[in-house]
Write a protein that binds this ligand. Sequence first.
Ligand SMILES: [Zn+2]
Ligand SMILES: [Zn+2]
Length: 352
Amino acid sequence: MLSPIKVTPFKDELLSSWIVRLALANGTDPLSLSGAIFPSQRVWSRDFDKSLNVEFLKALSNISGIPISALTKLTLENHLSSILTPKSKNNAVWPWVIPLAHRNRVHTNGLHFCPECLREKDVYFKRDWRISWNTCCTDHELNFRLGCPKCNTAFSPHLVTYDKPDFCCCVHCGLDLRAVVQKEVDPEIVYFQGQLNRFLSDNTPEYPWKIKSKTEFFATLNSLTSFIQKTRSSQSKHLFQYLDINDSILNSQTSFSNSSLKERQLTVRCCFRMFSLQLDELIKLLKDAKVFRSSLRPTLHGYSSQTIKTIKQQLPSYKTYEKPNYQKSSQEIHPRSKDEVEKLMDEIRCFL
Ligand SMILES: [Zn+2]
Ligand SMILES: [Zn+2]
């Protein structure tokens, strides 16, 4: 079976986006197309944007006329191949990939979108929209959005039907998502996001702290994101004051990639400010903020960072920090005199 209309993938497109476009271009919808190719599989309940096995890719290649090699390039596994380790892919949530979550067939997390990108002549869903350090569209300088502002349904373009094929509208209430007004971005976030994307795609960029390799940089970043999340719920909260960051966002206590866009922006901002310091300046700052050795985990999610190991070795252990002085005050507490109490009562009487 070969679909009559050939749909060529864009180089930065997600596999799911291309399947949605392929289905609609050929007069069907994504669920019907996947049902015809894989009748016994609930394809859309798995995250095939991450990776898809050869059998599935072969079937898609046969109906579309697009080579398997071109389809493989659309997967996140291929895009992140230089920074994912075999061990890191063993985790249910891959580092750097916003996990896809469902309630029935509707997404509850995963694909984000930029309203202005949906207004472009060629609309498709980009790989970068699933990468967790990307929280805004750098072309349009707008924050990404997960859901519809009217009914809160997460962006689920795979649920469009052939009689209502506009995937830029909310699949639940029909709101035109192109018209959504979105907050403008913070220049610091845009800068660091761009830098991280360059670090991923360039072969010999200059990493901070004289880090030599791509894997070492992203292993270090991974440990830092986890450290920041942990620090937010611990006593070392004053680290944020030292970094001049107002941490007033709810802590979901989940991994970086699984947290909300706002939380991820907070973490990215912290990482940027830490990487902006020299390594010895950072170590001094961590000591001043009373961060202790066990807060840092060099080996995490299948990564191991030598840089984090070096930082950790220079931090004191918990025991070496002074314990707060809980000794009783030597001053005895006496009740106030009647006159004093009357005077204080007069001051507050007007509020009673
Ligand atoms: Zn955009
Ligand atoms: Zn809606």
